[in-house]
Design a protein around this ligand. Sequence first.
Ligand SMILES: [Zn+2]
Length: 475
Amino acid sequence: MLDLIIRGGDVVTPQGVVRCDVGIAGETIAAVAAPGALSESSAKRMIDAIGHVVMPGGIDPHVHLHHVWIMPDGTPLITAGPEQVGRAALHGGTTTFIDFAYWREGASARQAIETRDKDFVGKSPCDWAYHIMLHSEPPPEFSGQLAEAIQAGYPTLKIFTTNILPSRSGRMIDFGDIWEAFQVLAKAGGLGVIHAEDNDIVMHMYAKLIREGRVGFEHLAEAHNQLSEDLSFRRVLRLAESVPGTALYMMHISAATGVAAVAEARRKGLPVYGETLHQYTIYSAEDYKRPNGQIYHTYPSLKSEQDRQALWDGMLAGSIHTIATDELCCTLKDKTAGNRIDNTTGGNSGVEPRLAVMYTEMVVRRGYSLARYVDLVSSNAAKIMGLYPRKGAIAAGSDADITIMDPTRRGKVRAADLHETDYTPWEGHDIFAWPVMTILRGKIMVDNGEYLASPNDGRYLKRKIPAEILNGAAL
Ligand SMILES: [Zn+2]
């Protein structure tokens, strides 16, 4: 007995785009069948998807929800949590996101996860997972605990090579500890997820820009620059190469130098994967000069027009595999409270329009196939992060996470139409598609703009990184 049949859509399956029907029983996909092959009388509800694109729910592998940010006046800002951001994500066709659990000094990896669960359990309408985020001064027992966490279904470790801002400490991990972590990851089947910037170059540039009085945020690309990305990516990748079996996911690539470093590592056969952010693909450092230019920023920084083009080239050449948001959802007032190179709020508000904006940019403007688009916004993240084929696939046995996209929809992104916050960096951006239905594990979460989800609907996703991702440059 089927609960739902999605009839007649252009379904993006792992084998390609097929006009067919999708049958859902309970939380999973029961059948992908020729049009009309699933008996209408067998289903509780029939959804007509003729003329629509039926794709796996979007996966955002890099978000920061209910995240503490210190404002310029020293007060903590707690960003929007999973209930608010999850609602926006579902409206935009994204069903799963991966956030971070902060493994701080004095606590165990297990405690880090349990602490973070308090922000999510019963509060997230989307399915979710965490990367464990290591902070400086890892405890002596961190190797053993990391191996246990990987076995327990928490197989990704976030590592920073910089403190990002001069006023911050406690993020950067020194290379000895990273080396140690890579040895554990390689042995236990984990994946390093890396924020790589060269701390010496970044801090040198902060000192120099401050000395010269060039402290406005429009100079952020000079502090978080291409050379920093070049040096840090290559140093991290060289370290990984020295520990056979180390698999890495390079987060928010922003510069041509980062793309080139990942491409070179992959040419050597190393298991290295690249992420960029949707605003890095469309905006450049020139956009900092626009009114409220901080809204386009997240760390590292927007770069030049040539860098932006290199990100697109990297997508085609296979050195960039995912488009994430680095979501950090706050109000316009909070996002623009800082206006200096050393106090501008990071993160992006963009989880809701990500699928539609990227559909427009990839499929409509650049002629990408639907399959490649879906890889970049959903399937590749599932594969790399150990969620595939449960997530990121429309196939029998997969979770019934499905977004039905109307490709005849024309419009512009307006913050007032979104469910995220009071601004969007995509204001006025063309959209040539928008989801008309979002389904999570068989439940219709959004039906033509009507929100039907509950904060109890989301579930934590334990993960295991597959051997083909760990063993060499897959994808
Ligand atoms: Zn981030």
